[in-house]
Write a protein that binds this ligand. Sequence first.
Ligand SMILES: Cc1cc2nc3c(=O)[nH]c(=O)nc-3n(C[C@H](O)[C@H](O)[C@H](O)COP(=O)(O)OP(=O)(O)OC[C@H]3O[C@@H](n4cnc5c(N)ncnc54)[C@H](O)[C@@H]3O)c2cc1C
Length: 241
Amino acid sequence: MSHNNRVSVLDNGYVRLVDVMGSDLTVVNSARCSYAKESAELSERDIRLIKFLAREQHTSPFRHAIAQFEIYAPLMVARQWWKYIVGSAHQEGTGDSLDAWNESSRRYVTEEPTFYIPQADEWRSAPENSKQGSGEPVDTSVGDELVERLKFYVAHGMYLYEEALGAGVCPEQARLFLPAYGMYVRWYWTASLQSIAHFLAQRLEHDAQVEIQAYAKAILALIEPRFPVAIGELIPEKEDE
Ligand SMILES: Cc1cc2nc3c(=O)[nH]c(=O)nc-3n(C[C@H](O)[C@H](O)[C@H](O)COP(=O)(O)OP(=O)(O)OC[C@H]3O[C@@H](n4cnc5c(N)ncnc54)[C@H](O)[C@@H]3O)c2cc1C
């Protein structure tokens, strides 16, 4: 569901487009800089230039456009996302000036933990092809049982967490009791258009985990209207859903 610049994902997550620097014109004008030319409006000629740049992988003009997102996702998704370090860098010493990953950590805040609990019909079987992360849905009677078990597990972790806090333990250690993979974390992700397209090209694919695919679809829904030509060329086969 899309609301303004926010798209809901999974049971409690979302992606919000916080800020955007640039448009399709930014790509064109960055490329034309070497000819000391600038367009005020996107022309057919400009569109052809973007197509050419994308096709020939002249990627630097796509790095002058930047977008910032706020993401609320289970830790297992954040862990996969964190691997995109070029053009959305968050590691010192990469030589990339976009030091742009800020996450709520539960060291300082004790905001109510939220967990991802798939619905009964959302549990997937082990795949037949080992390169695929998961296969067909499992029977919903099995799914019903798994939902109950996961809720129980989360509640037990929460109980132990609160007991530890109650015993005066600091939040940064008490969080050891929280079931981490499904716990929602929130972070800001700032990335160049090229880096976003790279993320989308990989994570919209059927071999990406279904949960991160859902986030990639949300990113696509938010970014495509802002860069319709560039996104259309960089990931032409992707359909917004
Ligand atoms: C389906 C799937 C399964 C995965 N499974 C695993 C897994 O089991 N374990 C795991 O650890 N990771 C896994 N990954 C993550 C994967 O290995 C990448 O780390 C992640 O997809 C980020 O892509 P990237 O490295 O291309 O991104 P970035 O680090 O952002 O790099 C972007 C691009 O920059 C270029 N680049 C980056 N570094 C260099 C360099 N040093 N020299 C030259 N060019 C460079 C490359 O063209 C690269 O594609 C998986 C990814 C997918 C999509």
